[in-house]
Design a protein around this ligand. Structure first.
Ligand code: 5RP
Length: 246
């Protein structure tokens, strides 16, 4: 059998996840090149009569959701969401995640936290034994970001780099060479730890304790299911003690 290309795997995972969205649900809509297929598929189902409301996790997803005809609401207008579907950069055997490759981690975590369950859509490259080969994205304030970076390097004992982009000035902070700006007007630092994060809960907690850190791209004890696309088809991995196990 010919190997499927990554784009095909992303589409298969993304489309399969849409089946978990039922009539009347309030749905968190994740960000990225895999979950984009879920959003498009949900739009197709809405056009066929499915009635749902979505909360997007980024400006890019908001624009896509509106384009495909999904009704959007503000998180503040509702008491929680039924489900969030989102991508991930890595997941480990405990269903702990690295997210934020697209820079949307802060909104993604707020929406995930407000949801009764979380489904991740991924291709098999994202499945790892130990987190960290993919750099951990950390959203930080522009103010004194170099000092925040030093603090993070001291804690993690690894190199931490400023994510590049084309923004030269964020607020009153000028950034030589340009930086990536999040939807919240912050910066992203990527911590290059290597596959060493064997206690992601402790790592998340320690980093969250630093002033200047807005959010950490470690999503712990929040993912209940991974829809994983591989060459042999789709696998649905359900966290044994998660909110979608029965
Ligand atoms: C964005 C994210 C994405 O969900 C994550 O980076 C995976 O993206 P993709 O499906 O494009 O690989 O966390 O902040």
């Amino acid at each position: 059998m010919m190997a499927k290309d990554v784009e095909q795997l992303k589409a298969e995972a993304g489309i399969a996840a849409a089946a978990f969205v039922k009539e009347g649900m309030k749905v968190g809509l994740g960000t990225g090149s895999t979950v984009k297929y879920t959003v498009i598929e949900l739009g197709r189902r809405v056009a066929e009569g499915l009635n749902i409301m979505g909360v997007p996790t980024s400006i890019a997803t908001r624009d896509l959701a509106l384009e495909v005809g999904i009704t959007l609401i503000e998180l503040s207008e509702v008491e929680g969401l039924d489900i969030v579907i989102d991508g991930a950069d890595e997941f480990d055997p405990e269903f702990q995640l690295i997210k934020g490759g697209g820079g949307a981690l802060l909104r993604e975590k707020i929406v995930a936290q407000a949801s009764n369950a979380m489904i991740v859509v991924a291709d098999e490259r994202k499945q790892v034994q130990t987190l960290g080969a993919f750099s951990i994205p950390i959203e930080v304030t522009p103010f004194s970001w170099q000092e925040t970076r030093r603090q993070i390097e001291r804690i993690l004992k690894c190199q931490v780099i400023l994510r590049n982009g084309d923004v030269e000035k964020l607020g009153d902070v000028k950034i030589e060479g340009g930086a990536f700006a999040t939807d919240n007007g912050n910066l992203i630092l990527d911590a290059q730890c290597g596959a060493t994060i064997d206690n992601p809960i402790a790592t998340e907690k320690t980093l969250q304790g630093l002033a200047g850190v807005c959010e950490v791209g470690l999503f712990n004890n929040i993912c209940d299911m991974v829809i994983l696309a591989g060459n042999d088809g789709i696998k649905t991995l359900t966290k044994p003690d998660g909110r979608l196990s029965s």
